[in-house]
Ligand binder design. Structure first.
Ligand code: AKG
Ligand code: FE2
Length: 280
């Protein structure tokens, strides 16, 4: 099976994109409005930041969850023992951001968030009636003026050869949020699990935009849209010496948004962060 790359400018883009989300939990767009030049510049500037000591001045705040997460405290995926081989920075418009990186990263945050609103409208439009009636409010409305959407700048350092056996860049996991928007990273490695259990490479040509369903949209759609497992595998050979940078935007509804009979955004997030071991 191949994952279809949908042309954002195609007249049937919305329908094709939502069909892909339903089938695999992932949709991949080309010819989308996010400028590649902006993404590349962010990758370069944040690589320098991760290579510097400055990052230690921004150690993450356990209450607010903004700032720098070192490899020692970064996540252990649900059901896994080894920590992922990664460090990352959590960007929120209200949070701490190094001054020299601020304008550019917030520009990206705004642009990706507004594209996300459109993509949520696509999802809403092509949800069957019995699914749409489960949505407590229009999907794109759930993220309107939200302070919770998280932009994570991820750095997977070159492998040293002394990693814990079994540790990989990002162990298999599902995202917690509504929808994730991810420009193709500067190195390969992202894979999605099919319902047969097989792992498939996500088409990650530089310039593609990858979108996946998170648990909150799975919850809000009564399971119609699947939050599929994905992972980032380790590079081999000469690529082991290369860093990988990626930039997922995790769209989160406002805290009071009702996702289902069981959960609001806030109650769902708390449950999941505890499982990840990054919240008491
Ligand atoms: O780095 C990537 O390509 C994906 C990262 C990811 O899945 C995550 O941080 O949730
Ligand atoms: Fe993820």
């Amino acid at each position: 099976m191949m994952m279809q790359v949908v042309d954002y400018r195609h007249p049937e883009a919305a329908q094709q994109f939502v069909a892909s989300l339903r089938e695999t939990g992932f949709g991949v767009l080309k010819n989308h409005p996010i400028q590649q030049q902006l993404v590349e510049s962010i990758y370069q500037n944040w690589q320098k930041f991760f290579d510097s000591e400055e990052k230690y001045d921004y150690a993450f705040d356990p209450k607010k969850q903004d700032g720098y997460f070192s490899p020692q405290i970064s996540e252990t995926a649900k059901g896994h023992k080894e920590k992922d081989i990664k460090e990352y920075y959590h960007v929120y418009p209200w949070g701490r951001i190094p001054q020299s990186l601020k304008e550019e990263i917030l520009d990206y945050y705004q642009k990706a968030s507004s594209l996300a609103q459109e993509l949520l409208d696509w999802v809403e439009k092509y949800s069957p009636d019995e699914v749409s009636k489960l949505y407590h409010e229009p999907l794109s409305n759930m993220i309107k003026d939200t302070p919770n959407t998280l932009l994570r700048v991820l750095h997977y350092p070159p492998l040293q050869g002394d990693e814990q056996p079994g540790a990989i860049r990002a162990a298999a996991h599902e995202d917690i949020n509504l929808l994730t928007i991810l420009p193709a990273a500067n190195e390969p490695g992202l894979q999605v699990q099919l319902n047969t259990g097989e792992w498939m490479d996500v088409p990650s040509d530089f310039g593609n935009l990858i979108i996946n369903i998170g648990d909150m949209l799975q919850e809000a759609s009564g399971g119609y849209f699947p939050s599929t497992s994905h992972r980032v595998i380790n590079p081999e050979g000469a690529d082991m010496k290369k860093s990988r940078i990626s930039l997922p935007l995790f769209l989160h509804p406002r805290s009071e948004v009702v996702l289902s009979e069981r959960h609001t955004q806030a109650s769902y997030l708390l449950e999941r962060l505890r499982e990840l071991g990054v919240k008491d």
